[in-house]
Write a protein that binds this ligand. Sequence first.
Ligand SMILES: [Cu+2]
Length: 198
Amino acid sequence: MTARTSHIMLVLAAFLAGLVIFLGVFLFATGQFRGSGQSYSAIGGPFKLIDQDGKPVTDQDLKGGPALVFFGYTHCPDICPTTLYEISEVLHALGADADRVHALYITVDPERDTPAVMKDYLSSFDPHLRGATGDTQSIESVEKAYRVIAQKVPTGNGDYSMDHTALVYLMDKQGRFVAPFSLKRRPAESAADLRKYM
Ligand SMILES: [Cu+2]
């Protein structure tokens, strides 16, 4: 091996080592090394918002019983009303046990969804449903905690819609994330599933 080729080999080796370190740090930082079980438990966390009556609502309010947490916005044309209707059916199927379940609808559109707007909107659904709004920063922070993606999509005339994660999060009575909650089954089945976490 000539001095020149050994120099090239050395540079190449240093480059590869650097690449490996870089990838390791990158994967670690983006959480790719964690198993899905662990990233599940990383969903949720502290938040401080305002409900549709202007009262504070925090992560502590989700404790003591199973909770369904859903993100959306009142101008939503289809997904939100459908989901809230389905959650209402489950709450209805629970009968008196609905008092032992928390159902929280957190807005991703705090600009338009004031407590008054949320209150008016939620009056069409089961009264156990509680709405949550807040300033932009608090909403961004709770979205981050729940890994929710929400994005403004202009629709012309200065109007906009919001693309958003439409997962219903089932939290246990300690406020820990269990799994996405399926509403694609009979309300009685969903209700029976919820009862397991009471
Ligand atoms: Cu929606």
